[in-house]
Design a protein around this ligand. Structure first.
Ligand code: C2E
Ligand code: MG
Ligand code: MG
Ligand code: MG
Length: 282
């Protein structure tokens, strides 16, 4: 049932049973097989361009519908998979699905951008850029429509290897985004070192910015800093229209969050895009 995959109906798994250490271990040993059994799928969360007020793309987010445990969000299994070195197969799976979906959307609506999360742990995988360019070529997708969102920037610490991989991806034309900006250590140093096209302000600053002055100052100065370095700014975790309006006022480029749309199935995303296009033509 496709509709059950939609954000609005998405029910989070009872967190208590997920804390269970033995479940965590068995979950990790099941993940690769779950991918083969089609229990893992990709949800898409729309991104709104604040200048044109149109949907310009989406972020791909992994979901797992476990036969006994029910739906599990990425926040419940991705970090554990990263820590236990099981993130490779998941990344390739999400990347393939996301590129295929974006290529299909682009047959009707040009220039639709897709973002995929990339664990910093994969930056040592020398074959990765080649796999990315092969996938893009196979689906006839322009590299600059793919953004790789780098989480866990701390893992890049002192790693020339990581910077080298990012540069190779940039040479292919792929865009790089620094995810959860503001939460890691020495983020200013990373901003200087990492040749990123975009930064995503972490939702912890965005959520409180209407009521909290220091959050607002953080967001405003991050926008200024990013723009002076020619980086695009995305705000994540935008949950209401007041925040959206404030971000527009502040000159933020793109917004993502429940106020724009929840992570949804590919069918719902396709519908959302076509109604968005009709609205802006009318
Ligand atoms: P992220 O990339 O920062 O993704 C944003 C997370 O915040 C998502 O949780 C999304 O569902 C949630 N979110 C979006 N808008 C709102 C909002 O307005 N309010 C609130 N409260 N939450 C919002 P999710 O899907 O559980 O993903 C968690 C993290 O897991 C992601 O953080 C990303 O770091 C990682 N992740 C997700 N999918 C993948 C994947 O395929 N590969 C890798 N390597 N990591 C992934
Ligand atoms: Mg992300
Ligand atoms: Mg984020
Ligand atoms: Mg995050």
């Amino acid at each position: 049932d496709e509709a059950a995959h939609d954000g609005l109906r998405w029910k989070y798994h009872d967190p208590e049973s997920l804390q269970d250490a033995s479940w965590k271990l068995s979950m990790l040993s099941q993940l690769d097989e779950a991918i083969d059994r089609n229990e893992v799928w990709v949800a898409y969360q729309p991104k709104l361009d604040l200048a044109t007020r149109r949907i310009i793309g989406a972020e791909a987010l992994a979901r797992w519908t476990h036969p006994e445990k029910g739906p599990i969000a990425a926040s419940e299994f991705v970090a554990a998979a990263e820590q236990h070195g099981r993130i490779g197969k998941l990344t390739d799976f999400v990347l393939e699905k996301a590129i295929a979906s974006a290529a299909a959307i682009n047959k009707r609506a040009a220039d639709f951008e897709i973002a995929v999360n990339l664990s910093a742990r994969l930056l040592g995988d020398k074959g990765f850029p080649l796999r990315v360019s092969a996938l893009l070529a196979r689906h006839g997708m322009s590299p600059n429509l793919l953004t790789l969102e780098l989480t866990e920037t701390a893992a890049l610490s002192g790693s020339g290897e990581g910077i080298e991989m990012i540069s190779r991806l940039r040479e292919l034309g792929v865009r790089i985004s620094i995810d959860d900006y503001g939460t890691g250590l020495s983020t200013l140093e990373y901003l200087k070192k990492i040749p990123a096209n975009e930064i995503k302000i972490d939702q912890s600053f965005v959520k409180g910015m209407v009521d909290n002055r220091s959050d607002r100052v953080m967001v405003q100065s991050t926008i200024g800093l990013a723009h002076s370095l020619d980086r695009k700014v995305v705000a994540e975790g935008v949950e209401d229209h007041e925040t959206l309006d404030l971000l527009i006022e502040m000159g933020c480029d793109v917004a993502q969050g429940f106020a724009v749309g929840r992570p949804m199935s590919i069918d719902s995303l396709t519908k959302r895009i076509s109604s968005d296009r009709k609205r802006s033509v009318a």
